[in-house]
Structures are given as C-alpha cells and as structure tokens.
Write a protein that binds this ligand. Structure first.
Ligand SMILES: *Cc1c(COP(=O)(O)O)cnc(C)c1O
Length: 520
C-alpha cells in the first residue's frame, strides 16, 4: 500500500488499484510519499537498454504489478520507430531529447503505450469483470495517443473529449478518423480547461457508484492524473542521463539540467520523480507559452487562474489549471491538509498563495520561463538556419526558455521574457546559480522535444518565412519539400482516412453523454 491521496494520508491504495482508479476517491491524486526511501539504485540503469530501464523503474514505482518485463515489451517493442524509444540528439551546445517517435508522433505515446498494458494487467490481477471506461480530456495530443493505445484492447472502452476549436487540424483529423470498436471521440464547445473540468465532474458524479450501478462499467482516466501515465515518463530522464554519460559529456553523478515544455505539469513532475529516485537532475526548467500561470506561480508562489486564456501556436500547453502541480505541492510539504487547503481555495476563489517555506523549496528545484508566439516562431526559424535542426512549436518554447535560463545563469543584465512584452531582470527571475560564478563547464542542458514538427506544419512553415497554405495537409507537404525532413508515416496517410466521429456537445453535457455511451 505505498500510494496515498495528496489530500488525505489515510486514503491509501496499492499501485494496481491506484492505476485502476485514476483519481483517489477524495478527489486527490495518488502519490508515493517517500520516493527516496525506495532506495532505487540509479547507477545500475546507466548500462541498460531503454526497455530494461523502463522495467527497472516501473517495477520500483509500481511494485504490485506482475510480469512487468512482459508488459514493457508489449507496450514498446516494434511500436516506436526506434528501440531506443527516445533518442538524444545534439543540437548546437544543447541536447534535444526526442520524445515523439511513437505511433502518433507525440511524446504522450511514451506513457499511453504503457498505460493500457497496466490497466489490462490490473484488471486481471484484481479479477475485475467490469469494463474499464477511460475518460480523457485532451488539448490535442493525449486524445490520439490514448485512442491508439486503447483501440480494441479487450475489457476497455475509451471516450475522448477535445475542445472543438482548440486543437490543430492535424490533431483533430488524427482523432476523428480513429477506428476501433471501443472508441468514441467528441468535441466540446469550450477550451481545454472546460473539457478537463467536465471530465473531472463526471468522475465526481460517478464516484459513489450509484450512477453506474448495474451497468458493468467503471470509470478510469488516461490523463496524467493517473499514476500509470506518469511513471513511464520517468524513464526518459534516465535515458538522456545515461546517454550523456556514455558519450563522455559528464561523469556519472554530475548534474544535468532539463528544460520541459509544460502544460499539465506531468512531464516535468516525472523529472522530479527521477530526481527523488536519485538521478542527478540539476534544475528543472519549466517552460510555458503566453499562458504563463506557472511562470508567475514559480516566481511568486501565487497561483492565479483568473486570467485570460490565450490560444497559442503551442496548443498542447494552453492550460490554466495544471492538475499535476498538486502532486508537487504534496511532495514539497508532505502535508495533506495544506494541499487540500490550496486546492479548495483554487476551486472557490480561483487563486491561492503557497507558504514561504514552499516557495523557497520551489525556487530550489525549478526555474520558470515563458515566451509568446512571436518568440516561438523566431526560435524555430533561427535554430533551423543556424543548425539545420527542425523543431515543433512546443519544443521551440522550451528552447527559447533554455536560452533565457542560460543567459540568466551567466548573469546578463537583463533579458526579455517576451511573455507580455515586458522586460524582467534576472533578479526577479532567480538565477540558477545565484551568487556563483558560471563557467563554460555548466551542466549540459537537455531540451525535451514533445512533438514532431509535422504535427504543427502551418506554424512551422510560417516560422521558416513561408506563407502556409490554408490546408494543413498541403502545409505538411510543403514543409517536407522545403526541409527534406521525413514525414512520419502515421501523419502522411492521415488525409485519406474516413471521418468516423462527428459529435460536438456543450461542456455541461459531458456526464450525460458518458452515461449514454456506457448504456449503449
Ligand atoms: C501534453 C504536451 C505537453 C505538455 O506536457 P504536460 O505533461 O501536460 O506538462 C507539451 N507538448 C506537447 C506536444 C504535448 O502534447
């Protein structure tokens, strides 16, 4: 029973049940409260293959699952374009960790290839006969990756809700063309937060079991609130580290900084898990787009969702409420009542301020930065011209913030965050090694790359100085002509696929929609 709710230490579960349930019954998130106590031997991972690393780490984080080696094999073998899964590429003075070589060209494939295997196994181990109904709110990439992962997996059904006008044409086409007997895709009139809130409300409404009584169905989640989503993401932090050791860039034990394009805070939190498991992670740099709620929070300790929601060219990061932050708050204070208090304030007032102690801890571990669309596109163009490396918009946000991080580290007078066109001095942004002399022997900086540039071809084309054609698929072809970078096969064949899902509903209708589908 090593999992507990972030809101109540008495609400416990073993890892199998934590994965099956997704959200804890009290609305909190499942967490291991003392990861360092697991005594994970991180050095032993350095000479492992990615697949072996995945097994070792998942056995540690999810110890109640039987046959983990087999589950990892089934999740990944032959499903990614490389058995390395997540290759590390050197670009200029930095490293890019490419997380998009899975079946849908999104980093979420890393976790969503594994989660269905975990759910199948959990169902088996608990002798469950109910169908598991996966409810997912998506800002674009999760939806398709989850659909691909769960498609025709026996004993499961998946329902994906996406903001109707909040995802790219390619993302939408990927979802609405999904085949499979157990899949449903539905648009929401609203933004991603509306979709996510609607899904959370559906979970709450069904929590006591009366609404689903006698239907032979149980709800679960494929969002990163599910610990089975987070755990597989810890692996690539180890993989990047091992690669840097292998290449002789660092000695085992030296720190590495990771820059993470952040939305729901799942990806970057996995990096913090890696650190708690012993991996020498230096700073975790949290990169946001113009929706800079996390930048402000990590600077000031005030989380204020009462702000305008912007649609940006990095839509998978257009988020005002980052669910996984709750897990971080718990890990930093270890006090359920404190966390529950913040979450209650967020719900009722839309804002909370963390304690000074918590803020100091946040400053030790994280460095925040953000950039707007103009800076994002400028970065894609500049990196392409200077290095010949083509990146997508989300990766470009992280790259830009990596530059800001290094500039601040070197103690430049001032730099532009470009978020709101304001200039902020490093003093207000926390220098990564305040007071220390920075030398060329800075820790290596690994920028996590979360999507193929072909998932956002229009934005990437305009970043390269071209007027993108109206049609996103034409943009894909043009981008290929211009750069010669290969189009991932799953995207190239998309246009010919028939549309299979056309439902669009109001956000208030999510619960009823789910109940109807479960009945059908
Ligand atoms: C989901 C996603 C992110 C954000 O990851 P979180 O774990 O939600 O912080 C960033 N980039 C892309 C392309 C994504 O799909």
């Amino acid at each position: 029973m090593n999992y507990q709710s972030t809101r109540n230490a008495a609400q416990i579960a073993d890892s199998v049940h934590a994965v099956l349930e997704g959200l804890a019954p009290d609305g909190g998130l499942y967490i291991i409260n003392d990861l360092p106590a697991l005594g994970f031997d991180w050095r032993s991972t350095l000479n492992m293959t990615t697949m072996e690393m995945a097994s070792a780490i998942l056995k540690t984080l999810l110890p109640d699952f039987e046959g983990m080696d087999e589950l990892v094999e089934r999740a990944y073998r032959g499903r990614f374009s490389t058995d390395e899964l997540t290759p590390l590429v050197r670009v200029g003075d930095r490293y890019v960790l490419e997380l998009f070589h899975g079946p849908t060209s999104a980093f979420k494939d890393v976790a969503l290839s594994m989660l269905p295997q975990l759910i199948m196994q959990a169902r088996k181990q608990t002798g469950m006969t109910d169908e598991i109904v996966i409810l997912t709110a998506t800002s674009g990439d999760t939806g398709k990756a989850a659909l691909a992962g769960f498609c025709d997996v026996p004993g499961t059904r998946i329902i994906v809700f996406y903001p109707e006008n909040g995802v790219s044409r390619v993302q939408k086409t990927q979802m609405v063309t999904q085949s499979g007997k157990n899949v449903t895709v539905c648009g929401i009139r609203g933004n991603f937060d509306d979709a996510q809130t609607g899904v959370k409300n559906a979970f709450s409404a069904c929590a006591d079991g009366t609404l689903l009584a006698g239907k032979g169905a149980r709800l679960s989640s494929a969002n990163s609130i599910n610990i089975g989503r987070l755990a597989p993401q810890v692996v690539y932090y180890f993989k990047a580290y091992a690669e840097l050791v292998r290449q002789g860039r660092i000695e085992a034990g030296e720190p590495v900084d990771y820059v993470v394009p952040t939305g729901n805070f799942g990806d970057i939190l996995a990096g913090y898990f890696a650190k708690l498991l012993g991996l020498p992670v230096g700073r975790l740099v949290c990169a946001s787009n113009r929706n800079d709620v996390l930048t402000e929070f990590l600077q000031t300790g005030v989380y204020d969702r009462r702000r305008e929601f912007y649609r940006t060219c990095s839509p998978s990061m257009d988020i005002l409420v980052s669910s996984n932050l709750e897990r971080l708050l718990y890990l930093l204070c270890g006090d359920c009542a404190e966390v529950a208090g913040y979450m209650e304030k967020l719900r009722t007032d839309g804002v909370y301020r963390v304690s000074d102690r918590m803020l100091a801890r946040l400053h030790e571990e994280f460095w925040p930065g953000c950039c707007d669309d103009a800076a994002t596109l400028d970065t894609i163009g500049r990196v392409w011209r200077e290095t010949g490396y083509l990146m997508d918009t989300h990766t470009a946000v992280a790259w830009r913030v990596a530059e800001a991080y290094e500039t601040a580290c070197r103690g430049a007078e001032e730099y532009e965050t470009a978020c709101r066109g304001e200039h902020r001095s490093p003093a207000t942004l926390r220098c990564p090694s305040a007071g220390e002399q920075c030398s060329p022997l800075q820790p290596p900086v690994v920028v996590l790359s979360t999507a193929s540039p072909y998932k956002f071809p229009a934005a990437v084309l305009s970043a390269l100085g071209e007027n993108p054609p109206e049609d996103e698929f034409a943009a894909m072809e043009r981008l290929h002509e211009l750069t010669g970078a290969p189009v991932p096969p799953n995207l190239a064949g998309l246009r010919q696929q028939p549309v299979r899902h056309s439902d669009v509903i109001e956000k208030e209708e999510i619960l009823n929609y789910v109940l109807e589908k479960v009945d059908s």
